[in-house]
Structure formats: structure tokens, C-alpha cells
Design a protein around this ligand. Structure first.
Ligand code: SAM
Ligand code: SF4
Length: 413
């Protein structure tokens, strides 16, 4: 037992936790080792000591069930709204974009997202490919035009191809996927494309190997991800976008190096402000690197010109390089410049809860309908009713803000 926590202590400098959280992790390891020894199982099977270097094989190590409380009964949208057969909220916004988390599992443990001891849902609690396809069909009939497959890490899902082809059965929907880019191959990308995937976004938070492993707590390297980027471009899963989250004191000095990727690959590199959606609940405003600060750092090296071509519902404000080199920079500033007024998004968690907003503290499960023989009309009414509850905006900067219990990885970022 002592060896386990001692090994953890040697990794202490890699952790993004305060002292009390570190003590909790040590406690968890101690408890797990103790349980494993009682069962005469190798403690290394029960909880890997390379806990902070997660690899795909580590996924089985920390699976536990965590029940999420579903909020109060879902209020009914006005009859006129239901009759319109569109997902409209009480602030005049319409849903066009559905984000579906297909798994809450991941082979990374990004410091701003998922703690090493994060608890996963058991597989039977998750939406099946058939259920995902059904929701896509109903959402499509209500006007959704884009579905983003996300997670957790969607490429870990053993039935990803089936999920994509199931969504593809609904015509007129663009299918995008966001991935950490660690598990890509030409063969898999070609299969997903044949199944109906249109484009990919890849997250990359550092181009420095040592930094990358500290941020992601994985054994993947930036070069692995760059190979993934090249493969997506070669397969035509474009326009490809790259995402980075800068966290103060972690990778906030890398804006320019990451911006260079946009020029190198002729893609859009997007900087997302760090949001209070980390499973550690360690977010605080001083850790946020604002879009403005990031833009100023990049502009000290590369002049930027607004594209003035952003979709009004887009989360990103995009810029060209003024010197004419291909590639774009995008800034997503939910904390410093909230864009809630133009929100057209609804989210479905891997375990079938529909969330009106990333920051909702309320969500409602569609599972009883899906698994209880409900008709498509009843499921559509449910989606319309949930949409009607969307609040005008998040309140991250307000003193009354309450961080949702669910981290980004479970919500479907
Ligand atoms: N695993 C995939 C990935 O990393 O791209 C997909 C899921 S991940 C939750 C989706 C996006 O959310 C990633 O671009 C990630 O950087 C971002 N993200 C996660 N936690 C975040 C946080 N606390 N604040 C801002 N963005 C976050
Ligand atoms: Fe995994 Fe993506 Fe969260 Fe990183 S951001 S831990 S890759 S889900």
C-alpha cells in the first residue's frame, strides 16, 4: 500500500490538483490496493500504477458506476411551440446542432477535463448505436442540421462505425467528430468516412513532448497527433479544425507555436477558453487565458485579419493570416465574451440525458422513452420540451455560479 502512494507522490509534480485532492487520490489508490489484496488480485490489475500515464489498456482500471440525479419533472412547452415541430426555446433561439457524447471513457486524462480517478458509467447505461440513430432521426425531423460525435474519446467506442452509419440514415445532416487524435489510422478514417463521417476536429494542447504528456497524462506524443492530422487531411475529412485549451501556468506560453500549426497544415487552429467543466472542480478564473490575451500573443508574431465570414451561430470568431498564408485562427471565448445569445446547440450525454446547455444543472433522461416503447412523436415532444427550458445564458462570472456536477467529458464537449 505504501508503495502505491509513494509512487503517486513521485508523480506529484505532474498533477493538476490541490493538496486536498491529492490526498483524496492517494486515499483512492490505498483503498483500491487494499480491496485488491483482500481479493488476492494483483493490485496492478485493480488500479494501474501508471495511473497518470493513461493508455488505452488502462480503461478497465477505474470503471465504476456513478448515479446522476435527474432534475425535477420536465415542464411542457406551450402547445404552439410543440405544434411548430422545431426545437425552440423561450428566448427565441432554435436548435440546429446536436452534440452527442457516445462514451464517457477516455485514454487521456487532460488536466482541464478528467481526473485520473474519474468514474465511468457501465456500458449498459450508455446509448446503443440504434438508440443514437433514432435520436438523430427525430432531431433531424425537428430541424437539426449538424451532429457532432464526441465523448470522452469517441474513437474508443467499439461500434463507432455503426454509430456513424446509423446517424447517416437521416439525410441532410453534417456529421462531425471531435477526437484527441491518438488512435487514428488511414484504414479507420477511411471506414468512418465510408460510413458517413464528413469532417473531424482534433484537440492538441501542446507541441512539446514533455508538456503534452503533462497536459494529457497520456503516453501519446504531439508527433502521433500530427500524424493523425496528416491522415485526416489525406482522407479528405475536411475542413479539419484543431482545438487547444490554454491553461495559465500549464501551456499558456504556447499560443504562437500552436498557431503555427494552422499555417503548417492549412487548417483552422481554435483556442478555447478554459471553462469550469473539469472533473476536479479545480477551475478558477485566474487559470483562464482569455481569447484576447491569446490573440495579442499571436499578433505579436503574425498579423491577423478578421474573416468576417463567421456563421452567426458559430462559437468561434475567426481570423486569416494577414500575410496571405493559408490557415485560420479561431477564438472561442465562452468565459470572457459569452456567445449564448446565438446558441443553437443541444447536448445528449452518453447515458441518454438531454442537456439544454453545457452549464445546465438540470438534465432529463430520454432513456425511459427510448427503452419504454415511446413513439417518435413522443421523443420529439420531449426534445422540444427540454429545449424550451434553455436559460438565456450561463452565469460563469456571477458569484452565484454553480459548476455542473458533470465534467465536459460526460456532457459532450
Ligand atoms: N476527447 C475528445 C477531444 O479531446 O477532442 C473529445 C471530447 S473533449 C471533452 C471535447 C473538447 O472539449 C476538446 O477540445 C477539449 O479540449 C475540450 N474541453 C474539455 N474540457 C474543457 C474545459 N474544462 N474547458 C474548455 N474546453 C474543454
Ligand atoms: Fe479525454 Fe478529450 Fe477530456 Fe482530454 S479533453 S480527457 S482527450 S475527453
Amino acid at each position: 500500500m505504501y508503495g502505491g502512494t509513494k509512487a503517486l507522490a513521485s508523480k506529484r509534480e505532474n498533477l493538476f490538483v490541490n493538496d486536498s485532492q491529492f490526498r483524496n487520490v492517494c486515499g483512492l489508490v490505498r483503498d483500491s490496493l487494499s480491496t485488491a489484496m483482500q481479493r488476492s488480485v494483483s493490485p496492478f490489475t485493480a488500479i494501474p500504477l501508471n495511473l497518470f500515464k493513461a493508455s488505452p489498456n488502462d480503461l478497465e482500471g477505474t470503471v465504476q458506476t456513478r448515479a446522476h440525479s435527474i432534475s425535477e419533472p420536465l415542464p411542457r412547452a406551450p402547445e404552439a411551440i410543440r405544434a411548430a415541430r422545431r426545437m425552440m426555446d423561450s428566448h427565441g433561439r432554435t436548435i440546429l446542432d446536436l452534440r452527442i457524447s457516445i462514451t464517457d471513457r477516455c485514454n487521456f486524462r487532460c488536466v482541464y477535463c478528467m481526473e485520473p480517478d474519474v468514474q465511468f458509467q457501465p456500458p449498459e447505461a450508455l446509448l446503443s448505436p440504434t438508440e443514437i440513430a433514432r435520436i438523430a432521426k427525430v432531431a433531424g425531423s425537428l430541424g437539426v442540421r449538424k451532429i457532432r460525435v464526441t465523448g470522452g474519446e469517441p474513437t474508443l467506442h467499439p461500434k463507432l462505425e455503426e454509430i456513424i452509419s446509423g446517424i447517416r440514415q437521416t439525410s441532410g445532416i453534417e456529421i462531425a467528430m471531435i477526437t484527441n487524435g491518438s488512435l487514428l489510422s488511414r484504414e479507420k478514417l477511411a471506414r468512418w468516412k465510408r460510413a458517413g463521417l464528413d469532417r473531424i476536429t482534433i484537440s492538441i494542447d501542446s507541441v512539446r513532448s514533455d508538456r503534452f504528456s503533462k497536459v494529457t497524462r497520456s503516453t501519446t506524443t504531439p508527433d502521433d497527433v500530427m500524424r493523425g492530422i496528416e491522415m485526416c487531411i489525406a482522407e479528405g475529412l475536411t475542413p479539419l479544425k484543431l482545438n487547444a485549451v490554454l491553461v495559465r501556468g500549464v501551456n499558456d506560453d504556447e499560443a504562437v507555436e500552436l498557431a503555427r500549426l494552422a499555417r503548417r497544415f492549412s487548417v483552422e487552429m481554435r483556442f478555447i477558453e478554459y471553462m469550469p467543466l473539469d472533473s476536479a472542480h479545480a477551475w478558477d478564473a485566474t487559470r483562464v487565458v482569455s481569447a484576447r490575451e491569446t490573440r495579442e500573443a499571436i499578433e505579436a508574431v503574425f498579423a491577423l485579419t478578421p474573416t468576417n465570414a463567421d456563421d452567426p451561430h458559430s462559437t468561434a470568431r475567426t481570423y486569416h493570416f494577414t500575410d496571405g498564408v493559408a490557415g485560420q485562427i479561431g477564438f472561442i471565448a465562452p468565459v470572457s465574451e459569452p456567445f449564448c445569445g446565438a446558441c443553437s446547440r443541444l447536448r445528449l450525454t452518453a447515458d441518454g440525458n438531454v442537456r439544454p446547455c453545457l452549464f445546465s444543472t438540470k438534465e432529463w433522461s430520454v432513456m425511459p422513452l427510448l427503452r419504454g416503447g415511446a413513439s417518435d412523436t413522443e421523443i420529439a415532444d420531449f426534445l422540444i420540451d427540454v429545449t424550451w427550458t434553455k436559460l438565456a445564458g450561463h452565469t460563469i462570472s456571477a458569484p452565484t455560479f454553480v459548476q455542473p456536477q458533470r465534467p465536459m467529458s460526460a456532457v459532450g464537449g
